[in-house]
Design a binder for this molecule. Structure first.
Ligand code: PRP
Ligand code: HPA
Length: 171
């Protein structure tokens, strides 16, 4: 399966979670083994030479875990607030619809480690920007960010740090 065919499985659901918003749903892509493998291989190449991946709860976990396996590196799970017994960093951020807090597990990142952030969708950029700042505070060198889909109209890439952004599809 080509990457374009795989990305073509992303569904558009109008008026979710509120009227006027077109929700992009990766469920069909996650559920198709060939499409999933194709996208994981593309993300694994995109993140480049890193020692660790950082994944954003929840859909980012699915992608980053598979990419970590493909690359033979570890994955750090950046969690929504209140899930971690030992918190190494915390940051509040704005979502396209709401606000939230992300937390980094304590001692999860070796200072100086080359890390890439993996997530499914870049919308306003708040989630990835918050993750980048958590990683930077922990002493990581954020080498790259890789997402499956960029919602360009929301301008998320303008909010990100300096690391190169790799996007498989832009709408
Ligand atoms: C979604 C998506 C990204 C983020 C993108 O996650 O998976 O992580 O929003 O939005 P942004 O660029 O505007 O920050 P969500 O917080 O809905 O959580 P989920 O993965 O647990 O559904
Ligand atoms: N789909 C899925 N997740 C999202 C979206 C979307 O359109 N926007 C922000 N997070």
């Amino acid at each position: 399966m080509t990457l374009d065919e795989a990305l073509g499985l992303i569904a558009e659901l109008p008026d979710f979670p509120e009227p006027g918003v077109v929700f992009r749903d990766l469920t069909p892509l996650f559920g198709d083994p060939k499409a999933f493998a194709t996208v994981i291989d593309a993300l694994a190449e995109a993140v480049g030479d890193v020692e660790q991946l950082a994944a954003v709860e929840a859909r980012g976990f699915v992608l980053a875990a598979a990419v970590a396996y493909a690359k033979g590196v570890g994955v750090t799970l950046v969690r929504k607030a209140g899930k971690l017994p030992s918190v190494g960093g915390s940051v509040d951020y704005d979502l396209e619809y709401g606000t939230a807090t992300l937390e980094l597990p304590a001692d999860a990142i070796r200072p100086g480690a080359r890390v890439a952030v993996v997530d499914d969708i870049l919308a306003t950029g708040g989630t990835v920007a918050a993750t980048q700042s958590l990683l930077a505070e922990a002493g990581a060198e954020v080498r790259s960010v890789a997402v499956v889909l960029e919602l360009a109209a929301l301008g998320g890439r303008e909010r990100l740090g300096d690391a190169p952004l790799h996007v498989l599809k832009t709408v």
